[in-house]
Design a protein around this ligand. Structure first.
Ligand code: ADP
Length: 295
């Protein structure tokens, strides 16, 4: 099973081109869709989750036509949206039970087994009687994963799941996601490079609706190996360096900007080679330093 997206485009009524002819093949396993805010990630996720129409293009999940056979997609879809609304007054158990019923698990004994197993899996068993209103961000996200797993989905879409989680919660969430089967297509949409680095065997980078890279994170790293240079400079020099070099990022370290520059040769005095990170890859693409790569 794989998800094959071909020439997908979407322009909103206000003229914003949120997706511009995106073609992408997504195999089973964890796939990271990386892009800054406004890149078009949610638009793509919502189209794949049958919540929004595309203007053009196709998407096939195995032999299911995602854009046309919406009911078929919904049967095999687990979706954790960016804003996960829950009824705050009901308990985790009641809510999960309710969603399972809506998803068609009508046999009481079967539903009880499903709900109990999921609460254990996402480590919320001891909190099952608590109201969702009292849940932390991390607990809400784990609850979100539990509901998305009802009905043994083949396609799981998780939209910006770790935004707002503290490092401990993020780690617990990562561990949970890694346990989800490798025979499922899991798309993780995020603007956080670390999410992709820790979890994903394949990835794509999009910006302004366009696909800039698709492939394995290791291949992306390999492409910039030996080309990333680092230098600590004074704040007042930043503008000059930006003008003179292909600066892909700058970070304040102990109050001084440390810039990363992409260049085939040493860009100048004081630059030292840096081991490329996925963040370097990401900013190289986003800042237009690397040419777009076709999928
Ligand atoms: P991301 O999830 O990567 O942040 P989105 O898909 O939410 O990106 O948005 C892509 C672009 O489309 C942005 O410029 C955003 O402002 C615009 N956009 C998103 N939803 C709508 C909408 N309903 N109407 C008009 N413009 C929208």
């Amino acid at each position: 099973m794989q998800l094959v997206i071909n020439g997908l485009s979407k322009t909103y009524g206000n003229g914003v081109k949120a997706l511009d002819n995106v073609s992408l093949t997504i195999p089973t396993g964890m796939f990271g869709l990386l892009g800054p805010n406004g890149a078009g990630k949610s638009t793509l996720m919502r189209i794949l989750a049958t919540l929004q129409e595309a203007d053009a293009g196709t998407a096939m999940l195995g032999d299911i036509d995602v854009l046309k056979q919406k009911d078929e997609v919904r049967k095999v879809l687990g979706y954790l949206p960016q804003e996960f609304g829950v009824y705050p007054r009901v308990s985790a158990y009641q809510m999960l039970d309710h969603i399972a019923l809506l998803k068609g698990v009508i046999n009481n004994a079967e539903r009880k087994a499903v709900v109990e197993a999921l609460l254990q899996k996402v480590n919320l068993w001891e909190h099952r009687k608590r109201r969702l209103a009292g849940f932390s961000g991390g607990m809400k996200q784990r609850f979100g994963i539990a509901q998305s797993l009802i009905g043994e989905p083949k396609l799981i879409i998780v939209d910006e799941p770790t935004a707002g989680l503290d490092p401990g919660e993020r780690n617990r969430f990562y561990n949970l996601l890694t346990e989800i089967g490798e025979n499922v297509v899991v798309i993780l949409s995020t603007h956080i490079v670390q999410d992709v680095q820790e979890l994903c065997s394949n990835m794509a980078i999009i910006n302004k609706g366009q696909l800039l890279f698709a492939g394995a994170p290791n291949d992306a790293l390999h492409a910039v190996k030996g080309k990333i240079w680092e230098k600590s400079i004074a704040k007042s020099e930043l503008e000059n360096y930006n003008a003179a070099h292909a600066v892909i990022s700058n970070k304040l370290i102990a109050g001084r900007p440390v810039i990363h520059v992409i260049s085939d040769v040493k860009p100048g005095d004081g630059f030292v080679p840096a081991e490329p990170t996925l963040e370097d890859v990401f900013f190289s693409h986003i800042n237009g330093v690397l040419n777009p790569v076709a999928a």
